[in-house]
Ligand binder design. Structure first.
Ligand code: TXA
Ligand code: MG
Length: 347
């Protein structure tokens, strides 16, 4: 085939994709990932929130490659992933009682705690700042790779900066397939949106990025109210993930509330949207109008909704949607992170 091409196309190295759904494949994937990471390479790995682009957190040159590959602004710090309390403690200057309580309640899981960094964490991980975000993820593959490596892994979401986070290996391949040597396929991410980022350097703690562990759950453990960072528009560099435009699909996204089908049609008319170009994601008032060619139903349940959301947005992009209309979600703590991501995706 290749010889018959009239001129040689430039060779792009495509990532190796390893499945991990049997004991043998899991073992092969862990070994290969750990070898590459130990050699200072980057590997895309599954976590329960979203897929991560991992590097040895203690190797500044490897971490620098994360910024290059993602085209990530240099002022945006990267979360460090650990697989034990002992490893977490080695990354921070001191381990406060609140961190201990929260770690015991929510780790392994989708909670990142921001604490003063220890000397072993290079400045490039924290974007020059004195604090580090630490998370112990629950995905078994990620845990096994960290244990095999014996060092913590710096890992942002495995997407290009400002784009939609990946919740399966195919999403990673589409964005980074020609930029990383290995993607491990650990199935669909079970939480589906990024971890809650909680700043424990202030008292009371401040929620910098909402996630599925919400402020009331945190407060129930710490025994004190949690401040929710007002958050839009990047007034602060404290967490650049709070920049308004983030987590965005290619299509234009709008959140609408409708009382019935007629109401929705009227709103689409007013917005001068052609129903045939619109993809609707609904959870409660499901439109049946055949003029709307794409209607997806996501269950009216915050956990199920979070799990499905990014995969649905990726699919809308793949199908060439011009506009995605998402039915407004309830304003309750368990829906806060979803409402936050929808707001940023529509900014
Ligand atoms: O669920 C997750 O957190 C995923 C998976 C891979 O673990 N990771 C992730 O990383 O979403 P990333 O880099 O896409 O988002 C990390 C967020 C950013 O908003 C960043 O600004 C914030 O965490 N962050 C990281 N370190 C911080 C620090 N020291 N202080 C304040 N914010 C920090
Ligand atoms: Mg990200």
């Amino acid at each position: 085939m290749r010889d018959s091409l009239p001129c040689e196309a430039p060779v792009t190295v495509q990532a190796e994709i390893l499945e991990a759904n049997t004991t043998e494949l899991f073992e092969v994937a862990v070994t290969r990932a750990a070898e590459l990471l130990t050699a200072g390479e980057l590997v895309a790995l599954p976590t329960e929130t979203v897929y991560g682009l991992a590097a040895n957190a203690l190797n500044p040159r490897a971490v620098e490659r994360i910024y290059e590959i993602k085209e990530r602004p240099a002022n945006n710090p990267i979360i460090v992933h650990v697989a034990s309390l002992e490893m977490a403690r080695s990354c921070v200057l001191h381990w406060p009682e609140q961190a201990d309580k929260l770690g015991r309640a929510f780790w392994p899981g989708p909670l990142t705690m921001v604490l003063p960094k220890s000397a072993i964490i290079p400045e490039i991980v924290t974007a020059g700042g004195g604090t580090v975000g630490i998370r112990w993820p629950s995905h078994p593959l990620m845990q096994a790779v960290i244990r095999r490596c014996g060092f913590p892994l710096a890992a942002p979401s495995a997407n290009l900066s400002t784009q939609l986070s990946p919740t399966n290996a195919e999403h990673v391949r589409q964005q980074l397939g020609d930029r990383v040597p290995l993607i491990v396929d650990g199935g669909q991410s079970q939480v589906g949106i990024e971890s809650s980022v909680l700043d424990l350097t202030t008292s009371p703690a401040r929620l910098l990025r909402p996630g599925m562990i919400h402020e009331e759950a945190v407060a129930a453990v710490t025994g004190e109210a949690t401040v929710v960072e007002a958050g839009l528009a990047g007034q602060t560099l404290k967490s650049p993930g709070l920049l308004a435009k983030h987590y965005a699909p290619k299509a234009h996204l709008r959140v609408l509330h409708w009382v019935n089908e007629t109401d929705l049609s009227r709103q689409l008319d007013q917005l001068e949207l052609n129903p045939a170009a619109v993809h609707v994601l609904a959870h409660t008032r499901i439109p049946l109008d055949p003029a709307l060619s794409h209607v997806s139903v996501i269950p009216h349940d915050a956990e199920a909704f979070a799990r499905a959301l990014y995969a649905e947005l990726h699919r809308c992009d793949e199908q060439g949607a011009e506009v995605i209309i998402v039915e407004q979600v309830p304003s309750k703590p368990e829906w806060r992170a979803i409402a936050d991501r929808l707001k940023r995706a529509s900014a």
